[in-house]
Design a protein around this ligand. Structure first.
Ligand SMILES: Cc1cc2nc3c(=O)[nH]c(=O)nc-3n(C[C@H](O)[C@H](O)[C@H](O)COP(=O)(O)O)c2cc1C
Length: 199
């Protein structure tokens, strides 16, 4: 995995500050596309976002048995949103993902570290789900050990849409659209509600 700055400054520092201080955890929403052809439809859910320092990327843990994992395997792209409730800033992103799972040895250490950030209750549930529905039998497990169905979705935004919302006067809000050109991030001030060029 290559290191690309998550977002240009000053937005990067502001986003990471908001993620670190989000209480009790940093929650965002991500959307995938489920189904194909005429049946294709967006599907959105809440996830717990983490910053992966060495990749300068945001990521979330999930089960490789989940619908979102299957959807991302079929189409490894997503749209996500995080709202900084303290500063009233909305961060939307679109882009590809990298899927890290326990069966890929190169991700072992990263998965182990990210697993420790998952709440003990969710770790227990994931192990129990693995025993019941994958193994179809009980094994002794330690919730601190990575579970074989642990997955990590590493987001690779190609476009950010940052809305600094002015609560007193919406018209004074600022919207910046930031696009990865392949070599650098390029940000432009954008109209608050007018349609932009298709991405
Ligand atoms: C506050 C909150 C945090 C959540 N965090 C995660 C998470 O980090 N990973 C995850 O897979 N699901 C998380 N969920 C559950 C998902 O929103 C979703 O209901 C579940 O993963 C099934 O989604 P799917 O069937 O679309 O895969 C969270 C739900 C809530 C309400």
């Amino acid at each position: 995995m290559s290191v690309r700055p998550l977002l240009p400054e000053p937005h990067r520092a502001a986003l990471l500050g908001a993620m670190q201080t989000a209480v009790p955890r940093c929650y965002g929403q991500v959307a995938t596309i489920a189904g194909a052809g005429d049946a294709a439809a967006p599907r959105v859910r809440t996830i717990t976002l983490h910053h992966v320092e060495e990749l300068d990327a945001i990521a979330f843990s999930t089960s490789t048995c989940s619908a979102k994992w299957a959807e991302l395997r079929a189409r490894p792209r997503l749209a996500g949103v995080f709202f900084d409730l303290q500063r009233f800033v909305q961060y939307r992103w679109e882009g590809g993902v990298e899927l890290a799972e326990a069966s890929s040895p190169e991700y072992g250490e990263l998965l182990r570290r990210m697993w420790r950030r998952v709440s003990p209750g969710v770790r227990w549930f994931t192990w129990d789900d693995y025993c019941r529905n994958v193994l179809r039998g009980a094994v002794d497990f330690d919730v601190d050990e990575s579970c074989p169905i642990e997955g990590l979705v590493v987001c690779r935004p190609e476009k950010w849409d940052v809305l600094e919302f002015d609560v007193e006067d919406y018209g004074r809000s600022r919207r910046t659209v930031i696009t990865w050109t392949g070599a650098a991030w390029q940000g432009v001030a954008a109209p608050l509600q007018r349609a932009l060029e298709p991405f």
